[in-house]
Write a protein of this length. Structure first.
Length: 258
């Protein structure tokens, strides 16, 4: 089923942009933060309902809440000091709301200034040595399906961090579990299979064939993709367009460890 946007898991090219840093932080602030505590899962969060889906998926993927961080990306500072303070307060309030939703108000919360959301999150993930960045689906995605938002598209082309996209409406099921996992793994690269096996062993999930309804679809990068980078094949994109459930995309040759 194709969402009204027509974008779904398309391979439309996006222009790389330069990442910024956390608001009101010195040039090295993001890197310095990682020295204190690294995390496994970074959730892109802006307080919208679909990002509440991302909260739900991030909580299911992470071993525990202490291994999660939330991030909100602002694209430019305000020139007026009062407006800047208001914008920063709004961003921090959104993140605090998300942390409360996870039941842990003390988890790391990052407000980042970056030219693009994807680039800013990728820089933070590298600094934190995070394994996965989690997104909510595009806001017009039908319930039960996962559609990457525009902010995730660049990372699905050239990213070096695992990308997860929550199925729309996941937030509504407070008892949700990753009870079933389907794997689409290209020949010669077992990174997706090894990722799925490790998750299934930890969570007690059942393995199901690709293309059948699954709580989580784990997808490997296409043959020939640069090591440690994400690149989806046309077959994988077509399968994801028709699939139900959340999605986890694994970099080439690098299993995700959570």
């Amino acid at each position: 089923m194709i969402a009204p946007t027509g974008r779904r898991w398309s391979n439309a090219q996006t222009r790389p942009e330069i990442a910024g840093h956390r608001a009101s932080a010195p040039e090295s602030a993001v890197a310095e933060c990682s020295a204190q505590m690294s995390v496994d899962v970074i959730i892109s969060y802006d307080g919208t309902e679909n990002d509440d889906d991302a909260l739900a998926l991030g909580g299911l993927l992470a071993r525990d809440a202490t291994r999660i961080a939330l991030a909100y990306v602002r694209h430019a500072p305000e020139f007026d000091p009062d407006r800047e303070a208001l914008a920063q307060h709004d961003a921090e309030h959104r993140l605090a709301h998300g942390a409360a939703g996870l039941g842990n108000p003390e988890i790391p919360q990052h407000v980042i200034l970056a030219a693009s959301t994807g680039a800013g999150l990728e820089e933070l993930a590298a600094a934190e040595e995070a394994s996965v960045i989690v997104f909510g689906s595009d806001y017009r995605t039908p319930p039960g399906h996962a559609e990457p938002p525009a902010s995730a598209q660049r990372l699905l082309e050239i990213g070096a961090t695992g990308i997860a996209v929550a199925a729309a409406g996941l937030r509504a099921d407070r008892e949700a579990k990753l009870a079933s996992i389907a794997v689409l793994s290209p020949d010669g690269d077992d990174a997706a299979q090894r990722t799925a096996d490790a998750l299934a062993a930890r969570l007690g999930s059942q393995s199901v064939p690709p293309g059948t309804p699954a709580a989580l679809n784990v997808v490997g990068s296409q043959p020939g993709a640069p090591a440690g980078r994400i690149a989806l094949s046309g077959a994988a994109r077509s399968l994801l367009d028709a699939s139900r459930g959340s999605v986890l995309v694994v970099p080439s040759g690098r299993p995700i460890q959570l």
